[in-house]
Design a protein around this ligand. Structure first.
Ligand SMILES: Cc1cc2nc3c(=O)[nH]c(=O)nc-3n(C[C@H](O)[C@H](O)[C@H](O)COP(=O)(O)OP(=O)(O)OC[C@H]3O[C@@H](n4cnc5c(N)ncnc54)[C@H](O)[C@@H]3O)c2cc1C
Length: 397
């Protein structure tokens, strides 16, 4: 069989690429090392798949060149994702929070079924349990060295799509293939790191964080560049929760960031009001209107919770305001690729044509999805990038 293209990776990008190629009347062969398609889609969003975000724009992505996204999103937008899911999968998007869309059925498997059906109907071939080991350049194409159900083979193709994702979560099939191929071909790779990942705390404050394990607080987490208002979660080893995952993508080892523990209120104002009422309550009693008893007890490590507001000195008032609104955090590290939702960095966009994602130096070689130096925020942005890039590549096959 002579295919228009070989696609490596049966995740979000590879599936969209194959399905779109099928709709254009092309034939592709998709190679996937797992024994099923869409392993990450199936577990994403807690099995419900947050498949896009209504507010998607290049500002929701980290990349050395976020402007690269304008071209890709102008060709396949959030509206296109929504109508595609509705038309081919009967999947209606339902907004949960902050523009995050999930299938109304709450079933991620509906998304994978939609792609499988479409690929079957458009005669796309799929080889499961097929691991690509390496790729070589040939005259007029590429040679793909693979291990298919234990047997080594070589495939030749004129167009090759690398949609093999990033490094997170090895047990779901992740591999470094895209990075290896890029380096082998001398393409520039932006340094990679776990992103959307929980952060660890060690040292003298570790016990304080552990004592709050399981407690969640709505907070604003920020550094000099960016700010996120969502929940944070204390754990036995440090911090997690959406706001922490978001800031983790901007965090570098050694960095400090700040948490405003009470972002919807100004403590100065609350103290002033309390004083005008006589200031009979203690700092702890005032804070208990906004935090759990457990959390106020924990704050006692840093601030005088038993002092009455009426007798609070200026210095103590400033300390309390600082701790509540400017709580500094210096993580020791992150939980690594096994707990990360995505990889930061990847194949540099400078190597790729913004319209087609084809390598500028190697005609017929394409990179899409997480393998590329485009990393979305938490909230459906990473899938939107995967769908958009898969679509862009398919148009060129
Ligand atoms: C726990 C978790 C939850 C997430 N939830 C969401 C969410 O709700 N919304 C969102 O937008 N994003 C979410 N993400 C991120 C999202 O899953 C990824 O951004 C997206 O899957 C990337 O798509 P991709 O096609 O580039 O890569 P992948 O989906 O990772 O697909 C790559 C595929 O290539 C295969 N492969 C790798 N190496 C080889 C090889 N050598 N040979 C053959 N096949 C190979 C892999 O097995 C895999 O199936 C989540 C991630 C995780 C880990």
């Amino acid at each position: 069989m002579v295919y228009d293209a070989v696609i490596i990776g049966g995740g979000a990008c590879g599936l969209m690429c194959s399905a779109q190629a099928g709709l254009l009347g092309k034939r592709t062969l998709l190679l996937e090392r797992n024994d099923k398609l869409g392993a990450k889609i199936l577990i994403s969003g807690g099995g419900r798949c947050n498949f896009t975000n209504l507010h998607t724009s290049p500002t929701n992505f980290i990349s050395e060149n976020p402007n690269f996204l304008h071209s890709v999103f102008s060709r396949w937008s959030v509206e296109d994702t929504l109508s595609f899911f509705r038309c081919y999968g009967g999947i209606i998007g339902e907004e949960k929070t902050l523009g995050q869309l999930f299938p109304k059925s709450n079933k991620a498997k509906d998304v994978v079924s939609m792609f499988s059906k479409l690929m079957y109907e458009t005669h796309q071939d799929v080889w499961l349990q097929t691991e690509v080991r390496s790729v070589e350049k040939l005259d007029g194409g590429y040679s793909v060295h693979l291990l298919r159900q234990g047997v080594e083979e070589r495939l030749h193709c004129s167009k090759l799509v690398i949609a093999s994702g990033g490094l997170p979560v090895g047990k779901l099939g992740a591999s470094d293939l895209a990075l290896r191929v890029a380096r082998h071909f001398g393409l520039s790779v932006v340094p990679t790191a776990p992103a959307l990942v929980p952060l660890t705390i060690t040292g003298k404050d570790a016990d304080w964080y552990a004592s709050l394990a399981g407690n969640s607080i709505f907070a604003r987490v920020f550094n000099s560049k960016i700010s996120f208002e969502e929940n944070i979660l204390f754990t036995h080893w440090g911090l997690s929760g959406p706001a922490i995952l978001q800031i983790s993508s901007y965090w570098r080892p050694g960095d400090t960031f700040t948490i405003d523990l009470l972002p919807k209120f100004r403590l100065e104002e609350l103290i002033k009001t309390e004083r005008s009422l006589g200031g009979k309550r203690t700092v702890g009693q005032l804070l208990q209107g906004y935090f759990t008893r457990k959390f106020v007890d924990a704050l006692a490590k840093f601030i005088p919770v038993h002092v009455k507001i009426a007798s609070l000195s200026k210095v103590d008032a400033k300390l309390i305001i600082d701790v509540v609104h400017r709580f500094p955090v210096k993580p020791a590290g992150d939980k690594g690729y096994d707990k990360a939702e995505v990889m930061r960095g990847g194949v540099s966009t400078t190597e790729l044509n913004a319209g087609t994602l084809e390598s500028k130096r190697y005609p017929g070689l394409y990179f899409g999805g997480e393998a590329v130096d485009i990393t979305g925020w938490l909230g459906g942005f990473n899938f939107q990038w995967a769908w958009s890039s898969g679509h862009a590549i398919a148009q060129d096959l």
